[in-house]
Design a protein around this ligand. Sequence first.
Ligand code: HEC
Length: 113
Amino acid sequence: MLLLPRVLLVIAFLLAAAVPRAAQTDVKTGLVLAPGFEVVSTQCTVCHSARLISQNRADREGWLAMIRWMQQTQGLWPLGDNEDLVLDYLAANYGPVAKGRRARLRDEFLPPR
Ligand code: HEC
């Protein structure tokens, strides 16, 4: 008699476990909570919003290039021993995505030229 609710409960648990969960983010900055978060949230939000970080995507070299640009032109200080941690964090959590934007519309869906 009580079997059906139990079976449903088990199914619900299995489904919940199978759905990939989105990464946990910090309420204040919106940054992904992962190793290196503390350093990035304190060092990288002094001059601009953390949104500038989370809306960008790059591999490790790309992030390094952005950091060097800020150091050479915007007064960002040397990150010292934290640089590797910051780059690991950025590349892992804000790495390139397979598809940046949708494909171009087919010609038949565009206005006549
Ligand atoms: C000393 C000030 C300062 C600090 C600290 C700083 N930035 Fe910046 N950053 C800037 C300025 C200025 C810009 C340009 C803002 C604009 O275009 O409006 C910028 C732009 C950016 C951009 C956009 C780059 C682009 O090409 O569009 C990203 C991403 C970024 N910063 C990430 C970071 C990260 C990660 C850190 C921590 C390592 C950091 N910032 C720390 C000053 C800083």
